[in-house]
Design a protein around this ligand. Structure first.
Ligand SMILES: Cc1cc2nc3c(=O)[nH]c(=O)nc-3n(C[C@H](O)[C@H](O)[C@H](O)COP(=O)(O)O)c2cc1C
Length: 198
């Protein structure tokens, strides 16, 4: 079954922004390390405050040594569909940074903002390469920290399941009903010339 993408932009944008979406019905394809590194390479080129590049990516590919462990670090709901994904990535960000010319680390104001930009780049590169990314906050933060050796000054931001589209009939009915690119609020609700309306 082909999934219809009814998204329409109100202003002209590149088609890739509408074509990127977050499916849950994956097909269990393998992904090569090269293909995954291309997706992470795009994230590498995201901008960040002071070019501090606070993002860190912890990844496992399907059928490889770390897959079962990474899948087990998602909550039960996310495991139920991400088990047919091709890779799982945890995005972590460093909450402190070394300002240029300084020898002491200071709190990084924008570490999550910067890591978010990197995730956006990842998702778009994946879409351009024929893959789909699905962000997840339904992950076991405490276990990820201990089991994946995440340093104390890092924030665990989110997990990302990456995969290729599979048949939606594998999903329970309530998820089949949601398996389509979602709409957005109109820009008028989120962008204000000159400040918030008083
Ligand atoms: C940071 C983040 C966390 C998310 N967490 C989950 C999650 O735990 N489980 C899930 O099924 N979807 C999750 N989503 C998917 C969002 O619900 C989805 O991106 C949103 O509805 C917009 O749909 P689209 O990505 O298809 O455009 C998450 C997305 C992001 C960006």
């Amino acid at each position: 079954m082909t999934i219809e993408n009814t998204r329409v932009a109100d202003h002209p944008i590149n088609r890739i922004f509408l074509d990127r979406w977050s499916p849950r019905a994956f097909d269990g394809s393998a992904i090569s390390e090269e293909e995954l590194l291309t997706i992470l390479e795009a994230a590498r080129w995201a901008p960040s405050s002071y070019n501090s590049q606070p993002w860190r990516f912890l990844y496992a590919r399907r059928d490889n040594a770390h897959w079962d462990k990474f899948l087990g670090l998602l909550n039960e709901f996310n495991q139920s569909w991400a088990k047919l994904g091709s890779a799982i990535v945890f995005v972590v960000s460093e909450t402190t940074m070394l300002p240029p010319g300084k020898d002491q680390r200071v709190p990084a104001y924008s570490h999550s903002f910067d890591a978010g930009a990197a995730w956006g780049y990842m998702a778009l590169q994946a879409a351009m390469s024929g893959w789909y990314c699905h962000g997840m906050v339904g992950i076991e933060m405490d276990r990820i920290r201990t089991e994946l050796n995440v340093p104390a000054d890092c924030r665990i931001e989110a997990g990302i399941a990456i995969g290729k589209l599979g048949p939606i009939t594998q999903l329970p009915d309530f998820l089949q009903a949601r398996e389509a690119p979602s709409p957005r609020k109109p820009l008028a609700e989120t962008a204000f010339e000159g400040g918030f309306p008083s």
